[in-house]
Design a protein around this ligand. Structure first.
Ligand code: PEP
Ligand code: MN
Length: 361
């Protein structure tokens, strides 16, 4: 067993790297993948799905219990702790029987408080390390609730995994990253390691390194990346898996930046730029407050003349004007839409309290 596994409690090595195939397929496939991963010297936890929650029936649903001794012996052979997904209490009972080192709760389970409660209860009183993936939908409270349930029954280490959120139109991603959600989890639980899973966010190989780098630059604590000795022929998630050799290369090419520094010239520049940011934020707040005073005046004028608050034509005109100007100034269209929509809603709220002063809006 290498140093990094012996002396660091699970999840607290930084960066913490989890890898292994999406699914255990055969004993040889798992052992060979594990050995090649071990050779990189960079892997802290060996993953393999034993029970696979597939979206549709008829797809490969995992080898089941017979894969557990394969995973246990791949872990023993390489000295890397192991992990697999549990979806119910029976799975927890089985992983304990075969000596798997840790478990993860998958995105399709985190959405279900009944199942999370059942799994947490099955782990009651243990110090089993548990990884909690975000729910498939972007619901911070569900993710937080799952963490609280697990924490209330067990005293082992816990980590969170960001694997993106499903949407009807995902664009270039299989699951939208929606970085604001893991950032908020990090703010709520600064002591809990947060790991990014670029494999399930991307659903393809091309974007893996890009997403991994983005998470590192947001000071995530580690990565979960699926790897397979023969990715194209994997029984699940073939499009997103890479070989252990490709993984090794990708990890070597990522740039691991520090979260902070005591270097004086850096700190001086940072303080100066942050003061400018604070001043700009103050100016923006003042401008927004001034804008709302104008909205109050418009509200009074419309009330006097019996005119409705919302005039779709005017709203379209504002939106298009801001989009055109903002894009020219280098702002992203999504940001402009979110921003101007929030301003417009606040403006409506102001006009409404002028028109209907008794209403508690
Ligand atoms: C997996 O890790 O293979 C998996 C099924 O992930 P998720 O729960 O994020 O879809
Ligand atoms: Mn997978």
């Amino acid at each position: 067993m290498s140093e990094r596994h012996l002396h660091t409690p699970l999840f607290y090595h930084k960066p913490f790297i989890i890898s292994g195939p999406c699914s255990a397929e055969t004993e040889d496939q798992l052992m060979e993948t594990a050995q090649k991963l071990a050779k990189t010297g960079k892997i802290n936890l060996l993953r393999a799905g034993i029970w696979k929650p597939r979206t549709k029936p008829g797809q490969f649903e995992g080898v089941g219990e017979k894969g557990l001794p394969w995973l246990a012996s791949a872990g023993k052979e390489t000295g890397i702790p192991t992990t697999t997904e549990v979806g119910n209490a029976k799975h927890v009972e089985l992983i304990s029987k075969y000596g798997i080192s840790s478990v993860w709760i998958g995105a399709r389970t985190t959405v279900n408080p009944f199942l999370v409660e059942e799994i947490a209860q099955a782990l009651r009183g243990t110090t089993m390390p548990v990884i909690i993936k975000n729910p498939v939908n972007p619901d911070l409270e569900l993710w937080t609730g799952a963490l609280e349930r697990v924490r209330s029954y067990t005293s082992g280490p816990i980590a969170l995994i960001h694997r993106g959120f499903s949407a009807q139109h995902t664009g270039k991603y299989r699951n939208q990253p929606m970085w604001q959600i893991p950032i908020e989890m990090k703010r709520r639980f600064p002591e809990i390691p947060l790991i990014c899973d670029p494999s399930h966010i991307c659903g393809n190989r091309q974007l893996l390194a890009y997403v991994a780098q983005r998470s590192i630059d947001l000071n995530f604590d580690g990565l979960m990346l699926e790897s397979h000795i023969d990715p194209d022929n994997a029984w699940s998630d073939a499009a997103q898996q890479i070989t252990p050799e490709q993984l090794d290369l990708m990890l070597a090419q990522l740039i691991w930046r520090k979260p902070a520094s005591n270097h004086t010239p850096f700190l001086d520049d940072l303080v100066r730029l942050r003061a400018e940011i604070d001043q700009t934020d103050d100016d923006l707040m003042q401008l927004l407050a001034d804008r709302m005073k104008l909205a109050d005046k418009i509200g009074a004028l419309k009330k006097e003349h019996g005119i409705t608050i919302l005039q779709t034509e005017r709203w379209n005109e504002i939106l298009n004007r801001c989009l055109e100007k903002g894009i020219q100034m280098g702002l992203h269209a999504d940001f402009i839409k979110n921003y101007i929509n929030a301003v417009h809603m606040e403006s409506i709220r102001h006009q409404n309290s002028v028109m209907n002063p008794t209403e508690n809006s």
